[in-house]
Design a protein around this ligand. Structure first.
Ligand code: IPM
Ligand code: MG
Length: 358
């Protein structure tokens, strides 16, 4: 029996609804597959923990999850707790020390889902965005002095290192190579940002030489938004800096039909530390507590986690079960224009896993 220990952090808002739903689905899947077992260690970290203790997670939190095989994460952010505190106190407090530098964000039009782009169907929009997740615009470098006074000044400085840029390009080229089209688009803004982004371009071209069988091109980020919208079929794997990929991945999720569906993996590819898997959507306090959050994002996230753990057969089966559910429009939650509840979608996916020949 293959055994995996997963640290589970539902976090805030709808994270507390979709992650438990994901655990039920993963349990059902593990039972059906038979070859492996998942043990879940639950951590109630997040904004409630902050209100009670002044910290988003305990001071030794990282040590509590360091030996896990993976981290299954919900969402962070809550009204009343400043976003930069909740984020840097939990999500980034895990991503950064665990060196999860490759953030992988697939976007695909699943069966039954209608893209806002007229006439776009599954095969025409099937992308993976690779986001540099450890430095760049979100490195956290900068400062603020003379608060409230006329000479007040604040900076957020982009940090790009050769090592950091090389490793994300190697990762992205390798991922592009593993997909049928072997096509990588490098996003840049080197026309306006003339230092870090120029280095980014140069290193991209250098690494490309190591992957002669991968076709690649380069796009300015502003033009990229148009290409994603007007020629989605011309793209496959995309690599971009922390800020650019943050923005483009929301666009990708929307074009694929809903933010409620999109998954993401924060990977430490060398596996020196556990990697973290989360639905891309946030804590969504406007719908939290109503039982209507779309759990598909957390299920797809679960599939990415299984693949990372080496359980490819289980991951593929889970994806097929998810596609059965999305194909049935009576199982669409309100974000997809339907009326289904988190419970109904979860039950349906579990029933497919248990009962059908997938
Ligand atoms: C995301 C989110 C976060 C990020 C926010 C909450 C800072 O937008 O995962 O894309 O940019 O890292
Ligand atoms: Mg974002």
């Amino acid at each position: 029996m293959r055994r995996y220990r997963v640290a589970v952090i539902p976090g805030d808002g709808v994270g507390k609804e979709v992650i438990p739903a994901g655990l039920e689905v993963l349990e059902a899947l593990a039972e059906r597959e038979g070859g492996f077992e998942l043990t879940f260690d639950l951590f109630d970290w997040g904004s409630d923990h902050y209100r009670a203790t002044g910290l988003m997670m305990p001071p030794d939190g990282l040590d509590q999850i360091r030996s896990s095989d993976a981290i299954y994460f919900g969402a962070v952010g809550s009204p009343g707790v400043p976003d930069h505190i909740s984020l840097w106190g939990l999500r980034l407090a895990i991503c950064q020390p665990f060196d999860q530098y490759a953030n992988v964000r697939p976007a695909r039009v699943l069966p039954g889902i209608v893209s806002p782009l007229r006439a776009v169907t599954g095969p025409e929009l099937d992308w993976v965005i690779v986001r540099e997740n450890s430095e760049g615009e979100y490195a956290g470098a900068g400062g603020r002095v003379h608060r409230g006074l006329p000479p007040e000044v604040a900076t957020d400085v982009t940090i790009m290192t050769r090592a950091g840029v090389e490793r994300i390009f190697r990762f992205a080229f390798a991922l592009a190579r593993s997909r049928p089209r072997k096509l990588l688009t490098i996003v840049t803004k080197s026309n306006a940002q003339r230092h870090a982004m120029v280095m980014w371009d140069e290193i991209g071209a250098e690494i490309a030489r190591e992957f002669a069988d991968v076709a690649w091109d380069r796009m300015l980020v502003d033009a990229m938004t148009m290409r994603m919208t007007l020629r989605p079929q011309s793209l496959d794997t995309i690599v971009a800096s922390n800020l650019h990929a943050d923005i483009l991945s929301d666009l990708a999720a929307a074009l694929a039909g809903s933010l409620g569906i999109a998954p993401t993996a924060n990977l430490n590819p060398e596996r020196r530390f556990p990697s973290m898997f989360e639905p891309i959507h946030g804590s969504a306090f406007d719908i939290a507590g109503k039982g209507i959050a779309n759990p598909i994002g957390s299920f797809w996230t679960g599939a990415m986690m299984l693949e990372h753990l080496g359980e490819k057969t289980g991951a593929d089966r889970l994806m097929r079960a998810i596609e059965r559910a999305t194909a049935d429009t009576s199982l669409h939650t309100p974000d997809l224009g339907g009326k289904a509840t988190t419970r109904a979608v979860t039950d349906a996916v579990i029933a497919v896993i248990r009962g059908e020949n997938l």
